[in-house]
Design a protein around this ligand. Structure first.
Ligand code: SF4
Length: 377
């Protein structure tokens, strides 16, 4: 079921950059709801769910409103242009190449606006439908930055896959699209999330996804675990039950023990690292910084370093206090308006500690990063 509507809102401006992951500061989507209906999708959770029965009574009676009721922002392109026009240039997260795009073409229009305004983009995608806009992607690449992360949980479509991603294009077609992008010089990689515990966390699946990424020209693997909250959990369990009912008890245990949850995710992450190492592919996205004003590019570089440290600690189940110390310092430096190198040259590490969130230990790490960059010229 589709419904067009007019809205005043299309651009999300996040408080901080999504440091260590996609590096995005903005996000936008011309459609609400997603026809692909992945059964693990966190967007059904109350705080993200775009459909509310008070506003859209049509959803009452639908089995899965999130995937069966798609709202189209009929003024999306004009609204997007207006909203982004005077914003500081930063990376935007896009997705939404779902079948309805064939009729409206709003993703294409939004891409065209990003090209004209030289806005760098990251696209998280499951559908080769994106390739219809290869011409614009190539132009964006010339003018700013484009990176397409292919969302994958498995390297092949089989019965298991059809349970967890019932309507989305098959993984093979995503790898083919990755190859085509790569052949056209467009940065691409795999967003390997969520790796479903006890289902897709085998060495075999992890190795296949990573190997296929490399074979198809992907440049990174970004892995992440499954989160299940509120309604998402009961929704997902219906499908888990179809797959293997004995797993419900295991999942219950997993999601009621922070320790077990963390142990399983660390184990999965280590397996990913093992195969990234074997196939010589990086486990993060290098932050694009050329679109920032030149005098703060060094700040962004330092922040990148600290964000990645925070992410490593998070994925390896390290000290939470340390993880947050790095992240908070990274946020402050990322948003610092003066050139951090000038500050360091004038006042040394002591000067760095005047930045909120930067203590003496972190100032020494920043010093190392700055020195490395000075030596590199
Ligand atoms: S494609 Fe993405 S947004 Fe759509 S249902 Fe799947 S996980 Fe959710």
């Amino acid at each position: 079921m589709y419904k067009e509507y007019r809205t005043k809102h299309i651009l999300n401006v996040h408080k901080h950059s999504d440091g260590g992951w996609f590096w995005t500061k903005y996000s936008a989507s011309p459609y609400l709801g997603c026809e692909y209906g992945c059964t693990y999708c966190y967007c059904r959770e109350d705080k993200y769910d775009p459909h509310k029965s008070e506003r859209d009574p049509e959803i009452l009676g639908l089995e899965d409103p999130f995937s069966q009721y798609i709202k189209i922002k009929e003024n999306a392109p004009e609204l997007f242009r207006k909203a982004i026009l005077n914003k500081p240039k930063d990376l935007i997260y896009l997705d939404s190449y779902q079948p309805i795009e064939n009729k409206y073409g709003y993703c294409r229009k939004i891409l065209g606006i990003c090209r004209d305004l030289e806005i760098p983009i990251f696209i998280n995608e499951k559908s080769p439908l994106l390739l219809k806009d290869l011409d614009i992607l190539k132009e964006i690449k010339k003018r700013s930055y484009v990176n397409v992360g292919w969302s994958l949980i498995s390297s092949e479509k089989d019965e298991t896959f059809s349970i967890f991603e019932p309507n989305s294009p098959n993984p093979e077609s995503r790898f083919e699209a990755m190859k085509l992008l790569s052949d056209n010089g467009i940065l691409s990689g795999t967003v390997f999330m969520p790796i479903l515990p006890y289902i897709y966390d085998s060495d075999k699946n992890i190795e296949h996804v990573i190997k296929n990424t490399v074979l198809n020209g992907g440049k990174y693997i970004l892995d992440g675990g499954l989160t299940l909250n509120g309604y998402c959990k009961s929704f997902f369990y219906n499908y888990l039950d179809k797959y293997d009912s004995s797993l419900i008890e295991k999942y219950e245990r997993l999601f009621s023990s922070n320790l077990l949850y963390s142990q399983i995710n660390i184990k999965i992450h280590k397996t990913v690292l093992k195969y990234c190492d074997k196939y010589n592919i990086q486990n993060y996205i290098t932050r694009p910084i050329n679109h920032f004003p030149e005098n703060i590019q060094i700040n962004k570089k330092v922040a990148e370093n600290l964000f990645l440290k925070a992410r490593d600690i998070q994925l390896e189940g390290g000290d939470k206090y340390k993880e947050w110390a790095y992240r908070k310092a990274a946020w402050e430096i990322d948003e610092f308006r003066d050139n951090i190198l000038d500050l360091y040259k004038k006042e040394g590490c002591k000067g760095l500690t005047r930045i909120k969130g930067v203590g003496s230990a972190i100032s020494l790490e920043i010093e190392k990063i700055l020195r490395f960059n000075i030596d590199k010229g």
